[in-house]
Write a protein that binds this ligand. Structure first.
Ligand code: CDV
Length: 312
Protein backbone atom coordinates (compact mmCIF):
# COMPACT_ATOMS: atom_id res chain seq x y z
CA UNK A 1 0.00 0.00 0.00
CA UNK A 2 1.39 3.41 -1.00
CA UNK A 3 0.21 6.87 0.03
CA UNK A 4 -1.63 6.92 -3.31
CA UNK A 5 -3.75 3.94 -2.33
CA UNK A 6 -7.47 4.67 -2.22
CA UNK A 7 -10.01 2.26 -0.80
CA UNK A 8 -12.88 2.39 -3.26
CA UNK A 9 -16.36 0.89 -2.91
CA UNK A 10 -18.60 -0.09 -5.80
CA UNK A 11 -22.08 0.48 -4.33
CA UNK A 12 -24.35 -1.52 -6.60
CA UNK A 13 -28.07 -0.81 -6.35
CA UNK A 14 -30.99 -3.14 -6.94
CA UNK A 15 -34.21 -2.06 -8.63
CA UNK A 16 -35.94 1.25 -7.87
CA UNK A 17 -39.70 1.22 -8.36
CA UNK A 18 -41.35 4.04 -10.32
CA UNK A 19 -43.22 5.22 -7.23
CA UNK A 20 -40.31 4.80 -4.79
CA UNK A 21 -39.83 8.17 -3.05
CA UNK A 22 -36.41 9.86 -3.42
CA UNK A 23 -36.09 9.84 0.37
CA UNK A 24 -36.31 6.03 0.44
CA UNK A 25 -33.69 5.71 -2.30
CA UNK A 26 -31.40 8.10 -0.43
CA UNK A 27 -31.88 5.99 2.72
CA UNK A 28 -30.72 2.96 0.74
CA UNK A 29 -27.69 4.91 -0.50
CA UNK A 30 -26.84 5.94 3.06
CA UNK A 31 -27.07 2.29 4.16
CA UNK A 32 -24.64 1.40 1.35
CA UNK A 33 -22.38 4.27 2.45
CA UNK A 34 -22.25 2.75 5.95
CA UNK A 35 -21.40 -0.70 4.57
CA UNK A 36 -18.66 0.87 2.44
CA UNK A 37 -17.36 2.74 5.48
CA UNK A 38 -17.23 -0.53 7.45
CA UNK A 39 -14.96 -1.82 4.67
CA UNK A 40 -12.72 1.22 5.09
CA UNK A 41 -13.81 2.93 1.86
CA UNK A 42 -12.73 6.51 1.15
CA UNK A 43 -14.70 6.82 -2.11
CA UNK A 44 -18.09 5.23 -2.86
CA UNK A 45 -19.29 4.88 -6.45
CA UNK A 46 -23.05 4.60 -7.10
CA UNK A 47 -24.72 3.83 -10.47
CA UNK A 48 -26.13 5.86 -13.36
CA UNK A 49 -29.53 7.50 -12.62
CA UNK A 50 -29.21 6.33 -9.02
CA UNK A 51 -32.10 8.36 -7.59
CA UNK A 52 -34.97 7.04 -9.71
CA UNK A 53 -36.18 4.15 -11.76
CA UNK A 54 -34.66 3.98 -15.27
CA UNK A 55 -37.46 6.10 -16.77
CA UNK A 56 -36.22 6.12 -20.44
CA UNK A 57 -37.92 2.71 -20.69
CA UNK A 58 -41.23 4.56 -21.05
CA UNK A 59 -42.52 6.95 -23.71
CA UNK A 60 -44.07 10.11 -22.28
CA UNK A 61 -45.59 12.59 -24.73
CA UNK A 62 -45.93 15.16 -21.94
CA UNK A 63 -42.67 16.65 -20.62
CA UNK A 64 -44.36 17.32 -17.28
CA UNK A 65 -44.47 13.54 -16.76
CA UNK A 66 -40.76 13.25 -17.59
CA UNK A 67 -39.61 16.12 -15.44
CA UNK A 68 -40.63 14.39 -12.20
CA UNK A 69 -37.54 12.20 -12.67
CA UNK A 70 -35.17 15.21 -12.96
CA UNK A 71 -33.26 17.21 -10.31
CA UNK A 72 -33.14 20.99 -10.66
CA UNK A 73 -30.57 21.44 -7.90
CA UNK A 74 -27.82 19.37 -6.30
CA UNK A 75 -27.76 18.79 -3.44
CA UNK A 76 -31.54 18.94 -3.26
CA UNK A 77 -33.64 18.64 -0.11
CA UNK A 78 -33.97 14.90 -0.85
CA UNK A 79 -30.26 14.24 -1.45
CA UNK A 80 -28.87 16.50 1.29
CA UNK A 81 -28.97 13.70 3.90
CA UNK A 82 -26.55 11.69 1.71
CA UNK A 83 -24.19 14.65 1.38
CA UNK A 84 -24.42 15.31 5.14
CA UNK A 85 -23.76 11.72 6.15
CA UNK A 86 -20.84 11.33 3.74
CA UNK A 87 -19.34 14.57 5.08
CA UNK A 88 -19.77 13.36 8.65
CA UNK A 89 -17.94 10.15 7.73
CA UNK A 90 -15.35 12.00 5.63
CA UNK A 91 -16.12 9.83 2.57
CA UNK A 92 -16.23 10.97 -1.04
CA UNK A 93 -18.80 9.65 -3.49
CA UNK A 94 -20.07 9.73 -7.04
CA UNK A 95 -23.55 9.07 -8.40
CA UNK A 96 -25.63 9.60 -11.51
CA UNK A 97 -28.91 11.49 -11.83
CA UNK A 98 -31.14 13.18 -14.39
CA UNK A 99 -30.26 16.87 -14.35
CA UNK A 100 -32.52 19.72 -15.49
CA UNK A 101 -30.39 22.82 -15.92
CA UNK A 102 -32.40 26.07 -16.13
CA UNK A 103 -29.41 28.38 -15.63
CA UNK A 104 -29.45 29.72 -19.23
CA UNK A 105 -33.17 30.54 -19.13
CA UNK A 106 -33.94 27.48 -21.32
CA UNK A 107 -34.24 24.01 -19.81
CA UNK A 108 -31.42 21.61 -20.73
CA UNK A 109 -31.66 18.01 -19.63
CA UNK A 110 -28.61 15.79 -19.12
CA UNK A 111 -27.76 12.30 -17.93
CA UNK A 112 -25.26 13.51 -15.32
CA UNK A 113 -22.84 12.19 -12.75
CA UNK A 114 -21.02 14.10 -10.06
CA UNK A 115 -17.91 13.56 -7.99
CA UNK A 116 -17.99 14.74 -4.38
CA UNK A 117 -14.82 14.87 -2.28
CA UNK A 118 -14.41 13.89 1.38
CA UNK A 119 -15.20 17.47 2.45
CA UNK A 120 -18.60 17.42 0.77
CA UNK A 121 -17.65 19.63 -2.21
CA UNK A 122 -18.82 18.75 -5.72
CA UNK A 123 -15.47 18.69 -7.51
CA UNK A 124 -16.56 17.27 -10.86
CA UNK A 125 -19.64 17.05 -13.04
CA UNK A 126 -20.02 15.02 -16.23
CA UNK A 127 -22.77 14.90 -18.89
CA UNK A 128 -23.13 11.55 -20.71
CA UNK A 129 -21.60 11.83 -24.18
CA UNK A 130 -22.83 8.62 -25.89
CA UNK A 131 -26.63 8.48 -25.65
CA UNK A 132 -27.95 5.07 -26.77
CA UNK A 133 -31.43 4.09 -27.92
CA UNK A 134 -33.87 6.13 -29.98
CA UNK A 135 -35.74 9.45 -30.21
CA UNK A 136 -39.27 8.38 -31.05
CA UNK A 137 -41.77 5.94 -29.57
CA UNK A 138 -41.11 2.46 -30.99
CA UNK A 139 -44.09 0.33 -29.91
CA UNK A 140 -42.60 -2.88 -31.37
CA UNK A 141 -40.10 -2.98 -28.49
CA UNK A 142 -41.07 -4.73 -25.23
CA UNK A 143 -39.79 -1.58 -23.49
CA UNK A 144 -38.39 1.71 -24.75
CA UNK A 145 -34.87 3.16 -24.49
CA UNK A 146 -35.56 6.87 -25.02
CA UNK A 147 -32.36 8.44 -23.72
CA UNK A 148 -31.97 10.19 -27.08
CA UNK A 149 -35.36 11.84 -26.57
CA UNK A 150 -35.00 12.88 -22.95
CA UNK A 151 -31.34 13.98 -22.75
CA UNK A 152 -28.97 16.26 -24.64
CA UNK A 153 -25.50 14.78 -25.12
CA UNK A 154 -22.53 16.07 -23.18
CA UNK A 155 -19.65 17.61 -25.06
CA UNK A 156 -16.45 16.64 -23.23
CA UNK A 157 -14.65 14.04 -21.17
CA UNK A 158 -12.93 15.82 -18.30
CA UNK A 159 -10.69 14.82 -15.41
CA UNK A 160 -10.25 16.24 -11.94
CA UNK A 161 -7.48 16.06 -9.36
CA UNK A 162 -9.12 14.31 -6.42
CA UNK A 163 -8.45 11.49 -3.96
CA UNK A 164 -4.71 11.90 -4.52
CA UNK A 165 -4.94 11.15 -8.23
CA UNK A 166 -6.55 12.09 -11.56
CA UNK A 167 -10.18 11.02 -11.78
CA UNK A 168 -12.59 10.90 -14.73
CA UNK A 169 -16.22 9.89 -15.11
CA UNK A 170 -18.23 8.23 -17.85
CA UNK A 171 -21.75 6.83 -17.91
CA UNK A 172 -23.03 3.44 -19.04
CA UNK A 173 -22.98 3.30 -22.85
CA UNK A 174 -19.78 5.41 -22.82
CA UNK A 175 -17.98 2.35 -21.47
CA UNK A 176 -18.43 0.49 -24.75
CA UNK A 177 -16.47 3.11 -26.75
CA UNK A 178 -12.65 2.98 -26.64
CA UNK A 179 -12.57 6.74 -27.33
CA UNK A 180 -14.01 7.36 -23.85
CA UNK A 181 -11.08 5.82 -22.01
CA UNK A 182 -8.48 7.13 -24.45
CA UNK A 183 -9.64 10.74 -24.22
CA UNK A 184 -9.60 10.43 -20.41
CA UNK A 185 -6.18 8.74 -20.47
CA UNK A 186 -4.75 11.49 -22.69
CA UNK A 187 -5.45 13.79 -19.74
CA UNK A 188 -3.63 11.43 -17.37
CA UNK A 189 -6.71 9.71 -15.96
CA UNK A 190 -5.85 7.12 -13.32
CA UNK A 191 -9.35 6.24 -12.15
CA UNK A 192 -12.53 6.14 -14.24
CA UNK A 193 -15.89 5.93 -12.45
CA UNK A 194 -18.67 4.46 -14.60
CA UNK A 195 -22.24 3.80 -13.47
CA UNK A 196 -24.61 1.80 -15.66
CA UNK A 197 -28.20 0.59 -16.24
CA UNK A 198 -28.00 -2.19 -18.82
CA UNK A 199 -31.22 -4.02 -19.69
CA UNK A 200 -30.23 -7.60 -20.46
CA UNK A 201 -32.66 -7.79 -23.39
CA UNK A 202 -31.34 -5.80 -26.35
CA UNK A 203 -34.31 -5.51 -28.70
CA UNK A 204 -32.42 -4.57 -31.92
CA UNK A 205 -30.40 -7.83 -31.68
CA UNK A 206 -31.53 -10.29 -28.99
CA UNK A 207 -28.63 -12.64 -29.83
CA UNK A 208 -26.57 -10.24 -27.71
CA UNK A 209 -28.67 -10.90 -24.57
CA UNK A 210 -26.67 -13.96 -23.54
CA UNK A 211 -23.45 -11.97 -23.92
CA UNK A 212 -24.45 -8.93 -21.82
CA UNK A 213 -22.23 -9.86 -18.87
CA UNK A 214 -19.32 -10.83 -21.10
CA UNK A 215 -19.50 -7.57 -23.07
CA UNK A 216 -19.69 -5.53 -19.85
CA UNK A 217 -16.50 -6.97 -18.45
CA UNK A 218 -14.80 -7.08 -21.85
CA UNK A 219 -15.06 -3.30 -22.30
CA UNK A 220 -14.34 -2.33 -18.68
CA UNK A 221 -11.26 -4.59 -18.56
CA UNK A 222 -9.88 -3.59 -21.94
CA UNK A 223 -10.47 0.10 -21.18
CA UNK A 224 -8.50 -0.27 -17.94
CA UNK A 225 -5.62 -2.23 -19.45
CA UNK A 226 -5.18 -0.29 -22.70
CA UNK A 227 -5.05 2.97 -20.79
CA UNK A 228 -3.31 1.97 -17.57
CA UNK A 229 -6.12 3.09 -15.27
CA UNK A 230 -8.40 1.78 -12.56
CA UNK A 231 -11.99 1.40 -13.72
CA UNK A 232 -14.99 1.09 -11.41
CA UNK A 233 -18.16 -0.12 -13.14
CA UNK A 234 -21.29 0.02 -10.99
CA UNK A 235 -24.74 -1.30 -11.89
CA UNK A 236 -28.30 -0.50 -11.06
CA UNK A 237 -29.63 -3.96 -11.64
CA UNK A 238 -32.21 -6.64 -11.07
CA UNK A 239 -35.80 -6.71 -12.25
CA UNK A 240 -36.99 -3.11 -12.25
CA UNK A 241 -40.57 -2.47 -13.37
CA UNK A 242 -40.52 -5.78 -15.24
CA UNK A 243 -37.18 -5.22 -17.01
CA UNK A 244 -34.16 -7.31 -15.98
CA UNK A 245 -30.93 -5.31 -15.81
CA UNK A 246 -27.35 -6.55 -15.62
CA UNK A 247 -25.54 -6.70 -12.27
CA UNK A 248 -21.87 -7.84 -12.06
CA UNK A 249 -20.41 -4.51 -10.85
CA UNK A 250 -16.62 -4.64 -10.81
CA UNK A 251 -13.45 -2.87 -9.83
CA UNK A 252 -10.76 -3.39 -12.49
CA UNK A 253 -7.02 -2.84 -12.00
CA UNK A 254 -4.76 -1.20 -14.63
CA UNK A 255 -3.63 -4.74 -15.49
CA UNK A 256 -7.17 -5.40 -16.74
CA UNK A 257 -7.81 -7.85 -13.91
CA UNK A 258 -11.04 -7.76 -11.91
CA UNK A 259 -10.11 -7.28 -8.25
CA UNK A 260 -13.65 -7.12 -6.81
CA UNK A 261 -17.04 -8.14 -8.15
CA UNK A 262 -20.63 -8.07 -6.86
CA UNK A 263 -22.33 -11.44 -6.81
CA UNK A 264 -25.98 -10.45 -6.26
CA UNK A 265 -28.47 -8.47 -8.34
CA UNK A 266 -29.39 -6.14 -5.48
CA UNK A 267 -27.98 -3.52 -3.12
CA UNK A 268 -24.40 -4.69 -2.47
CA UNK A 269 -21.00 -3.19 -1.69
CA UNK A 270 -17.59 -4.48 -2.70
CA UNK A 271 -14.41 -2.69 -1.69
CA UNK A 272 -10.88 -2.80 -3.13
CA UNK A 273 -7.58 -1.17 -2.33
CA UNK A 274 -6.71 0.78 -5.48
CA UNK A 275 -3.09 1.88 -5.62
CA UNK A 276 -3.01 4.68 -8.17
CA UNK A 277 0.76 4.24 -8.52
CA UNK A 278 0.06 0.94 -10.31
CA UNK A 279 -1.13 2.96 -13.32
CA UNK A 280 2.44 4.04 -14.07
CA UNK A 281 3.41 0.40 -14.52
CA UNK A 282 1.35 0.38 -17.74
CA UNK A 283 1.41 4.08 -18.65
CA UNK A 284 5.22 4.09 -18.63
CA UNK A 285 5.81 0.76 -20.44
CA UNK A 286 3.62 -0.94 -23.03
CA UNK A 287 1.19 1.99 -23.12
CA UNK A 288 3.73 4.80 -23.00
CA UNK A 289 1.55 7.05 -25.16
CA UNK A 290 4.19 9.69 -25.77
CA UNK A 291 6.64 7.13 -27.05
CA UNK A 292 4.46 4.74 -28.99
CA UNK A 293 1.22 6.40 -30.11
CA UNK A 294 0.96 7.57 -33.75
CA UNK A 295 -1.72 10.28 -33.72
CA UNK A 296 -0.69 11.40 -37.21
CA UNK A 297 -2.02 8.03 -38.43
CA UNK A 298 -5.28 8.21 -36.46
CA UNK A 299 -6.83 11.27 -38.13
CA UNK A 300 -9.97 9.42 -39.22
CA UNK A 301 -10.96 8.90 -35.62
CA UNK A 302 -11.91 12.56 -35.25
CA UNK A 303 -12.53 13.39 -38.93
CA UNK A 304 -15.07 10.66 -39.66
CA UNK A 305 -18.11 9.48 -37.67
CA UNK A 306 -19.43 6.45 -39.61
CA UNK A 307 -17.43 3.93 -41.64
CA UNK A 308 -16.99 4.61 -45.37
CA UNK A 309 -15.77 1.41 -47.05
CA UNK A 310 -13.62 1.67 -50.18
CA UNK A 311 -15.45 1.58 -53.55
CA UNK A 312 -16.13 -1.97 -54.82
N1 CDV B 1 -28.02 3.13 -19.97
C1 CDV B 1 -27.36 2.71 -21.07
O1 CDV B 1 -26.56 3.46 -21.65
N2 CDV B 1 -27.62 1.45 -21.50
C2 CDV B 1 -27.04 0.89 -22.70
C3 CDV B 1 -27.96 -0.13 -23.32
C4 CDV B 1 -29.03 0.48 -24.12
C5 CDV B 1 -27.25 -1.05 -24.27
C6 CDV B 1 -25.69 0.25 -22.42
O2 CDV B 1 -24.77 0.49 -23.21
O3 CDV B 1 -25.57 -0.53 -21.47
Amino acid sequence: MTDRSVRIAAAQMGPIARDEPRADVVDRMIALLHRARAGGAQLVVFPELALTTFFPRWFFADWAEVDVFFETEMPSAATKPLFDEALRLGIGFSFGYAEADDSSGTRHRYNTSILVDGRGAIVGKYHKVHLPGHEEHEPWRPFQHLERRYFEPGSSFDVWRAFGGIVGMAICNDRRWPETYRVLALQGCELALIGYNTPIHYAPDPTQDALAGFHNHLVLQSGAYQNGMWVVGVAKCGVEEGVDALAQSVIVAPSGQIVAQCTTAGDEVVVAECDLDRCAQYKHTLFDFDRYRRPEVYGLITERRGAIPPPP
